[in-house]
Design a protein around this ligand. Structure first.
Ligand SMILES: [Zn+2]
Length: 412
């Protein structure tokens, strides 16, 4: 048995156990070897009648049940009777989990034909969410976000990225990031990764230049000092932040030791995907309007191209050109973009379904999108997103025999 040392320095045995006779264990090893590029379905690396041996922290062995090493023969076994497949825990690498208020009424207005402009003029849109989020206490925000995190968990999500961005002033943004720390403490069965997205919009009643100064000189240094976020993200878009402003904010974040992400080329082409590649950002997200140069830049980089097909679906917009990115050799992730305005869904398997239908992604590309490539977009690819010896004991037992059944079912 493996020994572990507790905080008090007392040696403690970590119980080892095994899941055996899984219909398949999808390790994703082929995806890891190719670093998520140019994938074919066999890169799922499914082991038929497979087994996983693990302790509370790490995976100790993966392979066919008939070949379990003798040292693990006596460990506690759970027999899956070839009815269930095992895959790495899903990773939702782009969510706006922390906010208050509802925009259901606005959704109904939009479906009845109201334009975004009309809704904004009625006081709707992001302003509604910002006001409700500012008014809510840390505890209230925590309770809302906790319920949402548990919904994601039930869909197989074990790692979730959460952005701030509905506070839009120093105090409220700090409050939202603290809520992500609270979630990590309350739900140790999930991994939370937090991202500071102060540059989501310019708060009403404040000059943009002044807000950018506040972010760079006050909020970002405090976020870095208190380790409240691993990433800094910027929404580069006409009417929000320009390419130059985005670059300034992201460079300031990098100087403070944060990693970067970009909401890029969503509603119009701003060449922000190229900026993401230039800054070696961990991901460039959305990309509906990415240019050919942007595709080429991402393909050459390690920056993950994050597809958010639920948002395009929800907005009835044209989907991102995933095939062009994949065929050029880019690493492509899939996330929900859960947020109150443009995608109210925490169902990552539904996004996998949309990726098959509308992004024409193959099984290994879809698998990588919510495992390896999603992990890479969060800097976690060496411990999450694959089932290999030494990786985190982070996997899900599917109620299906084959991985493909997971996204064949729509919205289950
Ligand atoms: Zn987003």
């Amino acid at each position: 048995m493996k020994k572990a040392t507790t905080k008090k320095g007392v040696s403690k045995t970590k119980p080892i156990q095994a899941f055996v006779h899984a219909s398949y264990v999808y390790t994703g090893e082929g995806i890891v070897e190719k670093e998520g590029r140019m994938l074919v379905p066999s890169d799922l690396s499914g082991i038929e009648d497979g087994a996983v041996v693990f302790d509370s922290d790490r995976i100790l062995w993966v392979g066919p049940t008939s070949e379990i090493p003798s040292e693990y023969k006596g460990v506690k076994r759970t027999d899956l009777k070839k009815r269930n497949a095992i895959m790495p825990g899903l990773i939702d690498a782009h969510t706006h989990l922390v906010f208050a208020g509802s925009r259901a009424h606005e959704f109904a207005r939009r479906c009845a034909g109201a334009t975004y402009q009309e809704i904004a003029e009625e006081g709707g849109g992001i302003l509604t969410t910002v006001n409700a989020t500012r008014a809510a206490s840390r505890q209230e925000l925590f309770e809302l976000a906790l319920k949402r995190a548990l919904i994601a968990y039930r869909h197989g999500v074990r790692t979730i990225e959460c952005k701030s961005g509905y506070g839009l002033d120093h105090e409220a943004e700090m409050k939202c990031l603290k809520v992500v720390s609270d979630l990590a403490e309350a739900l140790p069965q999930m991994t939370f990764v937090s991202t500071y997205l102060g540059a989501h919009a310019v708060p009403a009643g404040m000059k943009k230049a002044k807000y950018i100064d506040e972010m760079i000189h006050r909020t970002l240094p405090e976020v870095a000092k208190k380790k409240l976020a691993r990433f800094c993200d910027v929404f580069i878009e006409e009417g929000y932040f320009t390419l130059q402003e985005g670059e300034r904010i992201l460079r300031a974040a990098k100087k403070l030791g944060l990693e970067t992400k970009v909401h890029a080329d969503e509603l119009s082409n701003t060449e922000s995907a190229r900026l993401a590649a230039k800054l070696e950002a961990s991901s460039a997200d959305h990309l509906l309007k990415i240019s050919d140069k942007g595709v080429a830049a991402l393909a050459k980089s390690d920056t993950v191209a994050m597809m958010l097909p639920g948002t395009a679906f929800y907005l009835k917009a044209q989907f991102a050109p995933a095939r062009r990115l994949l065929d050029a050799g880019a690493r492509v992730g899939i996330a929900t973009d859960f947020n109150p305005g443009s995608c109210y869904s925490l169902n990552l398997p539904l996004m996998m379904n949309l990726s098959a239908l509308y992004l024409s992604m193959n099984a290994a590309e879809i698998f990588a999108g919510v495992t390896y490539s999603a992990a890479a977009s969060l800097g976690l690819q060496h411990r999450k997103g694959a089932l290999m010896e030494g990786y985190d004991s982070d996997f899900v037992v599917l109620p299906y025999e084959h991985f493909e059944e997971m996204y064949y079912r729509m919205g289950w």
